[in-house]
Design a protein around this ligand. Sequence first.
Ligand SMILES: *[C@@H]1O[C@H](CO)[C@@H](O)[C@H](O)[C@H]1NC(C)=O
Ligand SMILES: *[C@@H]1O[C@H](CO)[C@@H](O)[C@H](O)[C@H]1NC(C)=O
Length: 397
Amino acid sequence: MKSGFLFSLLLSFLIQLSEAQYHYQGLMNYLESRMVAMEERIALWHEQNNRYTADLKKFRQQASDLLEKLGKDHSKLRLDLEGAGARVDRVEREMDYIETKNPPKPCVKAADKMVEQEAVVKEKKKKEEFFELSVCMDLVSSIRAMKILKRVGSPKGIWTKDARTAKVYIFNGESEDTLYEFNSREELSTSTGLSKGKQITLPSVWNGTGHAVYDGFLYYVSERSELQVVKYDLKNGSVTDSAVLPVEAQTPVYSLNPETTVDLIADEEGLWALYPAGNTINLAKMDPETLDIEQMWDTSCPRNNAEAAFMVCGTVYVVYNTRPSSRSRIQCVYDVADMVTNDEAPLLYFPRRYGAHSSLKYNPAERQLYGWDDGYQILYRLALKKKLWAIAPLPEE
Ligand SMILES: *[C@@H]1O[C@H](CO)[C@@H](O)[C@H](O)[C@H]1NC(C)=O
Ligand SMILES: *[C@@H]1O[C@H](CO)[C@@H](O)[C@H](O)[C@H]1NC(C)=O
C-alpha cells in the first residue's frame, strides 16, 4: 500500500515536471526561432551592427545552456529565464534604436516565422519580410482606464483611427454609403454632431460594423447578393481592389451584433478577418495589398453571446455580453503564435457602464480601443505585458 502511494506521488511529480518541461520547451523553441529571425535581419546591417551581433550570439549561447539545464533545477531555471527575458527586452530596445537610425518598412511578420504551417508566399515578398520582422509579443493584462469622448449618432456604429495618421473615421449606423473623416480626435470632440467632418461617399453601401482603416486605406464589407471586401484609397477616393469572401451569408460573426457578418481587423501584424464558421469564429490573415487570404485558423471561440472582438500582436480577444446587456468581458482568447492558451489568459472585465459595444477597434500606436456603445464614443486604455510571462509565471507563494 505504502509503496503504491509513493509510486503515485512519484508519478504525479513526474507528470508535473514534464508539463513544466513542455512549457519551457515551447518557450525555448520560441526564443530560438526569435533569435534566428533577428540574426537574419542583423546580418543585413552587418558593418554597423557588429556589436549587436556579438550580443545576440551570447544570448543564443545562454538560451541553449538553459535548454540543457531543463528539469534539473527548477527555481534556478526560472531566475535564468527572467535574465533571458530581460535580455530579450534589451535587444528589442536596441533593435528599436537601430530602426530609428535605419527607417524600416512598417512592421511585422514574426508570427509567420513561428507558425509551422507556412502560407504560400511569393519569393519576392520573402525578401521584404527581412525588413518587416517585428518582435511583437504583447498580451493584454488589463483594461486600465476609460474615457467617454462624445455622443454622436446612432446606437450602432464605428469610430476608428488610422494608426499611421491622426485621422479619425466615423461610420454612423448599420448600413450606409457614407462615412465621416476628421483630421484629429480634437476636431471630432469639438464638432457639433458630425458637422466638422468631411463626408466621404463610397461607390457601394457598407453593412455592419466590421470595417477597418489601415495605412491610408479603408477596407469595408459590402453585403448584397455576395459578401465583398472592398479596398478604398482614402487619399484619392478610388476603389483599389475587391474580393468576395467565402462565408455563410447573413450569419453574424457575433450573435449580439447580427448585422455584422465579417469583422476586418488591423493590428501590429497587419490585416485580419474574423468570420462565422458553424458555432464558432474563424480567423483569416489577409494580404492588405491584394486581399488574398494567406492563412486560416479556427479560434474555437463561440459566436453565441459575443458582441465584438479585437486583436493585439496576433492574439484575438473576443468580448462577450448578455442580452439585456450587462458587463462586457473578454472571455475567449486565441493566439496564432500559440504562446498563450485560452486557459492561461485572464478573464478581463470592461468598466461597468451602459453596456453593449457595437464595435471595438484597436489602435496599435496608442494601445487604445475605440469603442462605440449606444452612440457613445469611448476610449479604453490597455495595459500590456509580455507573453513570455504568461507561459512562465512567477511561482505562487
Ligand atoms: C446591406 O445594406 C443595404 C442598404 O441598407 C441593404 O439593402 C442590404 O440588405 C444590406 N445587406 C444585408 C445582408 O443586410
Ligand atoms: C489613386 O492613387 C493610387 C496610388 O496611390 C493610384 O494607383 C490610383 O490610380 C489613383 N486613382 C485615381 C482615381 O487617381
